[in-house]
Design a protein around this ligand. Structure first.
Ligand code: FE2
Ligand code: FE2
Length: 368
């Protein structure tokens, strides 16, 4: 199994990234019973652990020409002369790089989530939240593991893209625990859920669908954790403090919508970067995708009480205000259903295999 650094097509990547930390670790000597909803989430976190090695059917392979089976029409540069001029071989090469970049960002983001969850364990004042966050630490470690194993199949991987790194840096560097939640559990995990959903629903490759479906089942809990904690906390702050959080949210949302361009892929592939990024920005599909990214963020922002006229106006301007009325529980129920569908498919495959082997045994020569 190669180190992923050998798969990065970009030279001179630092093997380590460090973010300075300055915060107080908090102990909770009360040991009270904890909030009912938080303890329920904690129980679910314990009950729903799974093993990437055994739950995913790793016998499934990626496609040669189009690894995850994503329709070309969904590529940001599909309608451009750049794409039109490529040979079939060049197109296959680009698809592999585009898709590997996306999955690499998932993997790198999962490591960021692992580190943020560990920070929350230390900083959050209540023991019930520390309990839950500790299950998230384990979830995120498993997610890094599953995406690392998946990205190896592409034979190419990308480092964390700069715009994501900027947001992760803010999430970690801020000494206030709720800001880590806001950046990670609300913004980054909200965006990630939408991006995972996009692969789960548009890829035709079963391995790509399955990996994302399983990770999503856990991520819904992480967003719920942010929701339960912050809904309790924000009413205790002053309006000025809430305003500061709202400003951060709007800025972070714009940042992620407008800067998540993947310029490094075009650079590496030797394509005209500005032309490709402009085509991507204008592509109808990408515009729809960029707005869908907020489907899982806006309802949570409203629910945690950061919902002044100012933030509503900002979301309205971005064209995502209507997501406030999303039936969030229905999305979570669907995430669970999709993961269970893959469990059932894998169970049937195992059963068919057992029957096949048993039938071979029955028709073969009797053992001496
Ligand atoms: Fe995760
Ligand atoms: Fe997560």
């Amino acid at each position: 199994m190669p180190s992923l650094r050998e798969l990065y097509p970009i030279p001179d990547i630092d093997p380590c990234w460090t973010v300075p930390q300055g915060f107080e670790a908090a102990f909770d000597w009360d040991y009270d019973d904890g909030r009912k909803q938080m303890m329920h989430l904690y129980q679910k976190g314990k009950d729903m652990q799974w093993d990437a090695l055994t739950r995913v059917d790793w016998d499934e392979q990626l496609g040669e020409e189009n690894p995850m089976g994503i329709p070309d029409e969904l590529s940001g540069i599909y309608h451009t002369p750049v794409w039109g001029k490529m040979s079939d071989k060049e197109k296959a090469h680009c698809r592999r790089h585009f898709q590997s970049w996306t999955i690499s960002q998932f993997m790198q983001g999962e490591q960021a989530a692992l580190i943020c969850a560990a920070k929350i364990v230390q900083q959050v004042p209540d023991l019930d939240a520390k309990f839950y966050a500790s299950t998230q630490v384990m979830d995120e470690a498993r997610h890094v593991e599953v995406y690392k194993k998946f990205i190896e199949r592409f034979d190419v991987a990308y480092p964390m893209t700069k715009p994501l790194q900027t947001l992760v840096d803010q999430a970690l560097r801020d000494s206030r625990w709720d800001m880590t939640y806001l950046a990670m559990q609300v913004v980054i995990e909200g965006l990630a859920l939408a991006a995972f959903n996009n692969i789960r629903e548009t890829a035709s490759n079963p391995l790509a669908q399955m990996v994302n479906a399983y990770v999503m089942q856990d991520e819904s809990r992480h967003v719920a954790f942010g929701r339960v904690t912050l809904r309790d906390y924000y009413p205790q702050l002053t309006q000025a403090e809430r305003d500061e959080r709202e400003e951060f949210l709007v800025e972070a949302c714009y940042h992620m919508r407008d800067r998540f361009e993947g310029r490094e892929i075009y650079e590496h592939l030797g394509l005209p970067v500005d032309e490709c990024v402009a085509a991507q920005q204008q592509s109808g599909y990408m515009q729809a995708f960029r707005s869908m990214l907020f489907q899982r963020i806006v309802p949570i922002v409203r629910d945690i009480g950061l919902w002044s006229d100012k933030i509503q106006a900002a979301y309205d301007k971005m064209g995502v205000l209507d997501f406030a009325n999303t039936n969030y529980d229905a999305l979570v129920a669907r995430d669970n259903e999709r993961a269970e569908e893959f469990d059932e498919i894998n169970r049937q495959k195992r059963q068919a295999y057992v029957e096949e082997v048993a039938a071979l045994g029955a028709s073969g020569p009797a053992a001496e």
